[in-house]
Design a protein. Structure first.
Length: 655
């Protein structure tokens, strides 16, 4: 006898809400950067409108305070650790510019670096929130059954290996374990990526966070809550994200050396002439001029405008790229890996074949009876059968005594006959030849019976997205490597769909950590891997990959947060277009860096070897920034977005 208890709190099917504008506003650096930008624009407006000079100076100096205090504090803290932070150098350069009357230049530097820091902090917060939010998939409560059959509601974290757990219809599974009693269909797409619910009965494995169907299950816990598949996904995302962060060490070393070099050169340029008897004012003027012309403002603008322009252009064409770093990573891609369900396929089953095994019935008769039995079913396969019958214009009567048979199929009465639509697993002995043939072709088979006698077999299959083959060919041409298919689906089904789109390398039956292992193996072979997927189970592989793209329409929230880019309308054709745009952006960045370095080198040499007038130094410095900015803005044009690959791909291959 069991005691009645209130059902546990169910984890909703919805994933964590993505970070909103209000959430980003909670990041302090975002607020300070916004205030600095507003003050800078106010000062610029006052200057253009010929307002009293004190007004523009007040706005600019306020911009210094709001945007510069944080990098200055961090720079001073770094200085205490005997390291020179480039942000501190920029603050000093800005103060030096104000000291010789060029307060506008200093304020611009402050705004650029404050905005960059704010974007980095906001991205970090989104990642942390989305990773933590994944834990909401697994319910925080569970129904534990003791040795006397008495049910007790407990915290899911209190479950231990060997505990018996009850899972009611429509609830999420609270622990990784093995079914010991009951049968049901379980939607485990969030973990394995399988497109359709999987029949579960005695001895079958289930995962925490997956959604139970119409049947009741009792599960023996086989893993500690800290070791469940969902928990491992969280750990894998965090680990891979940390690995990515370490790739920035090289950039930090370059910044450190540059900062030390500029500071040493500025101090030397100021002190040595004074020791040799030079006048203070011209010496200070030369040193401050050097500080201005040596500042990396042009270098920063050489990089950001083309990358941001590429982001804006992609956004107009339905692709959201999250950062400039994401564009750089996409431009490095040498190997693309695709998820199957929901990415290369739509994730919606459709009828692909009807085989009548009883000569008294035609194919349409088999489909009509199956649709009659399935019309009240909520299973995706049942809905696909009904949709196919309606598409063929078949009329099917209502059944009576409808029954859903968890883990098996459905049953109903039609004109004094019992009609059943069952999984081949519901039969003992050898499988039906027709069902085996359909399954060997990559389809899911269901058997139609009348009064216990088999009359036909239906084959259902996922639908390949229109144009997938052309996208695979374009991606292979751009990267010089045929894409790899990574999926949690069965091998035969995966091979079947891969053949339709032209992919030979298929890795199937993969759990999330298996996908991560494949990505790391490819990267260990020297490839820069781009992963394209949509499910929560794809998030660890996305985080481990060099870059990632998520399908936005069906994608889970964690996947959308983890990915570097999101295709809003799930259009695969945007993937080769985005890669081509990223390659072009990188070429423009390289050209801009050459221009900026040429200007900086020329102006610095002029100041060191001759007498560079301050107005000319400022004009040259600002002129270089304008040139590189305009060059980068070319990527905003519609011509920059192309639906094919071009010479900007690696190796200069032409379309």
């Amino acid at each position: 006898m069991t005691t009645a208890t209130a059902p546990p709190t169910r984890a909703t099917a919805a994933s964590p809400v993505p970070s909103s504008v209000l959430g980003l506003w909670s990041v302090p650096s975002v607020r300070w950067a916004t205030a600095a930008l507003v003050l800078f624009l106010a000062g610029l407006t006052a200057q253009i409108c010929h307002a009293p000079p004190w007004l523009s100076w007040t706005c600019y100096l306020a911009c210094y305070a709001t945007g510069g205090w944080s990098p200055a504090l961090e720079g001073l803290q770094a200085l205490r650790s005997r390291t020179l932070d480039v942000d501190l150098l920029m603050v000093v350069a800005a103060i030096g510019a104000a000291g010789i009357g060029q307060v506008f230049d200093g304020a611009l530097l402050i705004v650029i670096f404050a905005t960059s820091g704010a974007l980095e902090d906001a991205a970090t917060k989104r990642t942390e929130d989305s990773v933590q939010g994944l834990l909401d998939l697994a319910p925080d409560r569970a129904v534990r059954v003791d040795g006397n059959g008495i049910e007790e509601v407990v915290n899911a974290a209190e479950l231990r290996i060997g505990d018996l757990v009850s899972v009611r219809p429509g609830e999420r599974v609270s622990a990784d374990g093995t079914v010991v009693d009951g049968a049901s269909d379980v939607d485990q797409s969030s973990v394995t990526g399988e497109p359709m619910p999987v029949d579960k009965s005695s001895e079958d494995e289930v995962f925490a966070g997956t959604l139970n169907g119409a049947g009741a299950l009792r599960i023996r816990v086989t893993k500690d809550p800290a070791d469940t598949v969902v928990a491992r996904i969280v750990a894998l995302v965090a680990e891979a994200s940390a690995t990515k962060a370490r790739t920035q060490l090289f950039i930090e070393k370059v910044e450190q050396r540059y900062s030390v070099g500029v500071v040493v050169a500025t101090v030397a340029l100021f002190c040595l002439p004074l020791i040799l008897g030079a006048d203070l004012r011209p010496t200070l003027l030369r040193a401050m001029t050097f500080m201005i012309v040596a500042s990396p403002c042009a270098v920063v603008l050489a990089t950001m405008p083309p990358l941001l322009s590429a982001i804006a252009n992609a956004g107009r064409h339905g692709v959201l790229v999250k950062s400039a770093i994401a564009i750089e990573h996409l431009a490095d891609t040498t190997q693309v890996t695709f998820d199957k369900t929901g990415t290369l396929t739509t994730g919606s089953p459709r009828l692909t074949g009807v085989v009548a095994v009883d000569r008294r019935y035609a194919d349409d008769d088999v489909l009509r009876m199956a649709a009659s039995a399935e019309q009240f079913s909520e299973h995706p396969l049942g809905r696909a059968v009904v949709a196919a019958a309606r598409q063929r214009g078949l009329d099917f009567p209502h059944v009576t005594d409808f029954q859903a048979l968890p883990g098996r199929g459905v049953r109903g009465r039609l004109a004094h006959q019992t009609v059943e639509v069952l999984s081949p697993r519901a039969f003992g002995g050898d499988p039906l030849a027709a069902a085996t043939e359909l399954e060997n072709g990559g389809a899911t088979a269901v058997v139609v019976l009348i009064d216990g006698r088999t009359v036909g077999v239906l084959g259902l299959d996922d639908t390949v997205r229109q144009g997938s083959g052309a996208v695979v060919r374009a991606v292979a041409a751009i990267t010089s490597n045929t894409p790899v298919l990574l999926t949690g689906d069965a091998f035969l089904a995966a091979k079947h769909h891969a053949a339709q789109v032209g992919i030979d390398d298929v890795r199937a039956d993969l759990l999330p950590d298996d996908k991560v292992a494949v990505v790391r193996q490819l990267q260990g072979d020297g490839q820069r891997v781009l992963f394209v997927g949509d499910g929560i189970n794809d998030a660890p592989a996305m985080a481990a990959a060099h870059s990632s793209i998520a399908m936005g329409r069906r994608g889970a929230d964690l996947t959308l947060e983890t990915a570097d880019a999101v295709t809003v309308q799930d259009e695969l054709a945007t993937i080769p277009a985005l890669l081509t745009l990223a390659y072009r952006a990188r070429r423009v960045v390289v050209a801009n860096l050459v221009i900026a370095a040429t200007f900086i080198t020329g102006l610095v040499l002029w100041d060191l070897l001759g007498t560079l007038p301050l107005p000319l130094g400022v004009a040259g410095h600002e002129g270089s920034t304008i040139i590189v900015a305009l060059n980068g803005l070319r990527l905003l044009s519609s011509r920059a977005w192309r639906q094919d690959f071009d010479r900007d791909a690696p190796g200069g291959r032409a379309a």
